[in-house]
Write a protein that binds this ligand. Sequence first.
Ligand code: DX5
Ligand code: ZN
Length: 230
Amino acid sequence: MENDGFQKIRIAPSILSADFSVLAEEMASVEPFVDWLHIDVMDGHFVPNLTIGPPVVKAIRPHSKAFFDAHLMMTNPEEYFSAFASAGADSVTFHVETGDTGNRIAAAREKGLKVGLALNPDTAYDAVRPYLASVDLLLVMSVFPGFGGQSFIADVLDKIRAARLDIDRQGLKVFLQVDGGINAETAALAAAAGARIFVAGSAVFSAPNRAAAIEAIYSSAQKAGMPELF
Ligand code: DX5
Ligand code: ZN
């Protein structure tokens, strides 16, 4: 298998699990080991929680060179594409459950953003399949969004397998991401199913040694997802 940018294993720490009172320091603690950061945006409507918005993204942007991957758990994400783009987000990933997907993909591209599409654990893969060729990233949620620190739902592995098959068969340049309950053990399962971008919040930021935590997830995903390299 060609190890191009879309097949490369990446860990994207979710800053939701970081200490918000010292966010820049928390980001600095992972910056040398990753090239993506996952920013969980919750609107108190699509999910029962409130987190980060464009002003925080703008404040942290000068503190990191990483790709800012904004996960918009919002009912009306398109109302904020412009604000996230100006704040320095590199991509926006919104949920297929909120509808109007085709128009939203176009609207995000218009703002110069990379586009991701997410689906919840109880949403069928068929809901996102028609958009696979139009997005840069597919996010298969492995917990119900709203909170960090939940347990990985293994039922979603079938959807990751199905997406991996479609992406490879059609030769699509699409990042396949998994988010929720990722640690060294569950990353191996998701990697074997075909995921390549691993969002990890509590497994990284609750660990005293972030480098070791990231390395453990990375090497476990590498071995399970790309056995041909070993
Ligand atoms: C869930 C968020 C996830 C979460 C991951 O609503 O979208 O990104 O922060 O946290 P862990 O890795 O702790 O499950
Ligand atoms: Zn997320």
